[in-house]
Design a protein around this ligand. Structure first.
Ligand SMILES: CC/C=C\C/C=C\C/C=C\C/C=C/C(=O)SCCNC(=O)CCNC(=O)[C@H](O)C(C)(C)COP(=O)(O)OP(=O)(O)OC[C@H]1O[C@@H](n2cnc3c(N)ncnc32)[C@H](O)[C@@H]1OP(=O)(O)O
Ligand code: FAD
Length: 634
């Protein structure tokens, strides 16, 4: 007799009479029906392998055992690549970061940097000959690389990196050295125990002149023994300059000195998708749990309600739910720009490089910071159980907050965006964002609270805040302040302008995607409600920006607030169906709170039972420490 599949009755009720086709949304997020089929086949292929399952929860292993266990599984995954039903590249993409890979490698993939940074650096900056020499070796895993840029003393200020690569024309070699403790490469993933090669960013010196930071291929460890090569600690020998600009001893300047920063741009684009995947996981866990959890009393004398029926809970969870769609659609637009810009750059056309830099900095900073805030709200919305390690919120939060720092600390990236905006506004030069800057609304500043009217408000805020920042810079200039001082003293305004610009890009992406998308009426309805909820939510959260730059009134704000709470109520009935549309398997969610069947309490209990401390009634430490204390009559 087939085993009855348990489904929590409240979740079951939530799923009845869904007014839209969940699979249509799944296909939209996957990039089409075929992609969904491919993803599910790959998930079955990976998650059915018993050797990839953890014998004990990772949190109970020592640091060294965690590393060894993750490396064991990462290597097993690589062996499975060859037979993957999805092909190598889609499989690799799925195994890195917060998606399928995180279901197997819960503490992180020791080989991630090899694929996410080392190989992209070779592809983006290596010469044809260098790619011929190293790419096949890297793809065949005959070498494991990382990206070693950050030092103890410098991570942000690349022009301040201390590692030096001095070119010796006699031997036609580069001598790499870390001249000080603060020059030691610090933070690069896999550098400690896994990688035997690295792309090292170092200041290139030739003929006594510093030519700025450049990438160098450096062998770190013996390929057989894995022992660090002699002198690897503070003097690295025999590196090779990647995409060498040394031609017969003479340095030839690249067309753009920032092309050596290209790998970071690529990862910033990747990070936008990755933090969105993590946010999707957090929202799914919190939403399902909030429909299983019954607590307190809404109507006196009634049964305890589902906590999702509290407006306060909807206010916590529905904006992040909407954000997952907003960030996904914006990340898709950014990917398209990345591919266009990269193809142009390969033809020597660098015109889109500033736009790509500006937008990738803006979106990476916005998506990572907003996702981090939203993940914490999701965690809090689950009360005490959200605080447990097994809820998976601590791990998700750790991964998303890391993205606020790596690949360019967010504040620094906001200032890069501001630099781009001020320059674009002042020069009225070409470029993507000029659409928002020159295309400002020329019409009357009256406010209408339709979707189009709200988007116009975002455009006014994006342009207006750039003008406020420029006015601050000009005021400082008139006081005789040097440009760098004026810039520093306008930082608060500059960052506001950059953030408003990033939010405008996300809002326009969401609205445009719904306009252009071939969607069924029911899906369009629910996604339009999410879009309107999200853009009103952000406006209410940042109302000061809009008061500063438009004729928004108190009445308008009250009207928008009423619209917002109406949308909360309208979307509430579809919350579970929307997160079900993400089609995230329980193994990817990795949380008793978010499991599809809603069997939360039994799964929590089973997780707790796995703790080593719960394998005996009295832990040995009692006899060593507590019992003597109890007897000591202090
Ligand atoms: C699937 C897996 C998913 C997720 C996991 C992903 C990865 C795994 C986990 C972790 C990996 C983490 C890796 C790292 O963290 S690697 C190290 C990252 N470090 C950084 O990002 C450093 C940040 N700092 C910088 O980028 C630069 O120092 C900064 C841009 C802040 C300043 O550079 P610089 O001082 O040289 O330039 P400026 O004087 O400010 O500007 C001059 C000029 O150049 C333009 N510019 C700057 N950067 C770029 C760029 N990248 N591309 C294009 N153009 C650039 C800038 O706009 C100025 O132009 P203009 O105004 O016209 O003069
Ligand atoms: C999980 C993780 C993984 C990482 N992986 C790698 C890797 O694989 N390879 C690698 O090379 N690096 C890696 N890093 C390092 C990372 O790239 C750096 O930490 C990051 O670039 C920030 O630099 P920093 O640590 O020097 O911070 P700092 O720049 O020292 O930041 C400290 C403070 O100074 C502020 N600040 C700095 N400059 C300015 C400015 N111009 N204006 C205003 N404020 C400023 C910052 O906003 C911040 O508040 C990783 C980091 C983490 C957390």
């Amino acid at each position: 007799m087939s085993k009855e599949i348990y489904e929590n009755p409240d979740l079951k009720k939530e799923r009845q009479n869904c007014p839209f086709n969940k699979e249509e949304i799944t296909h939209l997020l996957d990039g089409g029906k075929e992609k969904t089929i491919e993803r599910k086949q790959l998930e079955n292929y990976i998650l059915s392998d018993e050797q990839l399952k953890d014998a004990v929860p990772m949190e109970y292993l020592s640091h060294a055992d965690k590393y060894a266990e993750e490396l064991r599984k990462a290597c097993l995954l690589m062996h499975k690549l060859a037979d993957s039903p999805a092909g190598q590249v889609p499989t690799l993409r799925a195994l890195m970061g917060a998606g399928l890979g995180s279901a197997v490698l819960k503490e992180g993939n020791p080989l991630a940097l090899h694929y996410v940074m080392f190989i992209p650096a070779l592809m983006g900056q290596g010469t044809i000959d260098q790619q011929a020499k190293w790419l096949e070796k890297a793809y065949n895993l005959n070498m494991i690389g990382t990206y070693a840029q950050t030092e103890l003393g410098h991570g942000t200020f690349l022009r301040g990196l201390e590692t030096r690569a001095t070119y010796d024309p006699k031997t036609q070699e580069f001598i790499l050295e870390s001249p000080s403790l603060t020059a030691y490469k610090w933070w690069p993933g896999s550098l400690g125990k896994t990688a035997n090669y690295a792309v090292v960013m170092a200041q290139l010196y030739t003929k006594g002149k510093c030519e700025g930071t450049h990438p160098f291929m450096v062998q770190l460890r013996d390929e057989e023994t894995h022992e660090p090569l002699p002198g690897i600690v503070n003097m690295w020998l025999n590196p090779v300059c990647i995409s060498s600009y040394i031609h017969y001893g003479t340095y030839v300047k690249p067309t753009n000195s920032k092309l050596s920063y290209a790998t970071m741009v690529f990862v910033r684009v990747v990070v936008c998708q990755d933090v969105t995947t993590n946010l999707r996981k957090a929202v799914t866990i919190a939403t399902r749990y909030s429909c299983v959890r019954r607590q307190s009393e809404l109507k006196p004398g009634d049964r305890e309600p589902q906590v999702m029926d509290y407006q306060a809970q909807q206010n916590k969870l529905l904006p992040p739910l909407a954000a997952t769609f907003a960030f996904q659609l914006a990340a898709d637009h950014l990917w398209n720009l990345y591919h266009t810009a990269n193809n142009n750059i390969e033809q020597g056309d660098l015109e889109l490089l500033p736009d790509l830099h500006g937008l990738s900095c803006a979106l990476k900073a916005l998506c990572s910071s907003e996702a981090a805030n939203f993940v914490e709200v999701c965690r809090q919305s689950c009360g005490g159980h959200g605080y447990m390690s097994c809820s998976n919120f601590p791990r998700i939060y750790g991964q998303v907050t890391a993205a606020e720092t790596y690949e360019g600390e967010n504040t620094v990236l906001w200032l890069q965006v501001a630099r781009y905006l001020v320059k674009t506004r002042k020069e009225q030069s070409g470029g993507l964002s000029v659409k928002y800057l020159i295309g400002e609304e020329k019409g009357p500043k009256t406010v209408d609270t339709t979707l189009e009217g709200i988007v116009k408000l975002y455009r006014r805020a994006a342009v207006g805040l750039v003008d406020v920042a420029i006015a601050e810079l000009d005021k400082s200039g008139r006081k005789g302040e040097a440009p760098h001082d004026a810039w520093n003293h306008a930082a608060v305004y500059l960052i506001k302008a950059a953030q408003a610009h990033a939010r405008l890009f996300v809002v326009e992406s969401f609205v445009d995607s719904l306009k252009e998308g071939k969607l069924s009426a029911p899906v369009r309805t629910v996604l339009s409600q999410l879009c309107e909820l999200f853009i009103i939510y952000w406006l209410l959260e940042r109302s000061g920006d809009f008061f500063l730059c438009s004729n928004l009134t108190k009445q308008d704000l009250l009207l928008l607030n009423s619209k917002y709470v109406e949308l909360l109520a309208a979307i509430r009935p579809q919350a579970v169906n929307l997160v079900d549309s993400f089609d995230l398997r329980d193994e990817v969610l990795n949380s008793p709170l978010g499991c599809w069947d809603g069997n939360v309490y039994q799964r929590l209990f089973d997780e707790a039972a796995k703790s080593p401390l719960n394998q005996s009634n009295v832990h040995e430490s009692f006899h060593k420490y507590l019992k003597p204390l109890l007897k000591s009559n202090l």
